[in-house]
Design a protein around this ligand. Structure first.
Ligand code: NAP
Length: 239
């Protein structure tokens, strides 16, 4: 029986690449999506090891259905990757309550709901690996992305605390805090903005989703790492 990976927000960007590559490595991957059904169907078509499931992970009941579907059809979840996320750029003083709520619900509550639902099974099995996709902004904070930075700082705190709590059940919890990665999430950046970032980055490049896959693979395979926040960012921000 191959290892079963449940990944949220896998229709596009980082999640899609990670799902595709893990499936090619022989994992059984349940790729969650919300709005991008066409992209999700194509992902499934491309790889027989991928199954897809629609759920808005900012909602508890939809997370429950996603986990139930996975356990009912694949018996277990070895690896959970909390990847779904949204960002919004704007002044803190202009931030509306509903915008704040949407960002915190989608980026932070989703990881809370999904981890809680999946842990019921992982604790019983005394085996599991949770990888949270955070952001460098959760470590250093981003001007004009206060809600996003808070959501990711929350993810980092949850990663450390939960790692301590579930380690004795042989469950590892780690976070990846990427720098700038070429996906639709950074489509608002101009070519000039990107050029500046590249000049500030010691490795002189913006990351690709495949770079994050490599960190995911490392965290799946390494059995002595837990509670860590790893930041693949080309040296752009060194803390
Ligand atoms: P992206 O290309 O915009 O993709 C976001 C993904 O999240 C999509 O598949 C989307 O699915 C899904 N999603 C959003 N809201 C959802 C919800 N309520 N329920 C289920 N899925 C939902 O973004 P990305 O760059 O790949 O980002 C992936 C993760 O990496 C995020 O957590 C992000 O914060 C983090 N990150 C990205 C960067 C970067 O520079 N790109 C840097 C640091 C951290 P649908 O389209 O199907 O709704």
């Amino acid at each position: 029986m191959p290892k079963v990976v449940l990944i949220t927000g896998a229709s596009r960007g980082i999640g899609r690449e990670v799902a595709n590559k893990l499936a090619k490595d022989g994992y059984k991957v349940i790729a969650n999506y919300n709005k991008s059904e066409k992209e999700a169907l194509k992902l499934k078509e491309e790889n027989e090891n991928i199954d897809i499931f629609k759920a808005d992970v900012s909602k508890r009941d939809e997370c429950q259905k996603l986990v139930e579907y996975t356990i009912n059809n694949y018996e277990k979840i070895d690896i959970l990757i909390n990847n779904a996320g949204i960002s919004k750029v704007g002044l803190f003083t202009d931030l509306k309550d509903n915008e704040w709520e949407e960002i915190i619900q989608t980026n932070l509550y989703s990881a809370f709901y999904m981890s809680q639902e999946v842990l019921k099974n992982m604790i019983k099995e005394k085996n599991g690996c949770i990888i949270n996709i955070s952001s460098i902004w959760g470590i250093v904070g981003a001007s004009c992305e206060v809600a996003y930075s808070i959501s990711k700082a929350g993810i980092n705190g949850m990663t450390k605390a939960l790692a301590k709590e579930v380690g004795p059940s042989n469950i590892r919890v780690n976070a990846i805090a990427p720098g700038m990665i070429e996906t639709e999430m950074i489509s608002d950046l101009t070519e000039e903005d990107k050029k500046e970032i590249i000049e500030e980055t010691p490795l002189r490049k913006i990351g690709k989703p495949a770079d994050i896959y490599k960190t995911v693979k490392y965290l799946i395979e390494d059995e002595y790492t837990t509670g860590q926040i790893i930041s693949p960012n080309g040296g752009w921000i060194i803390t």
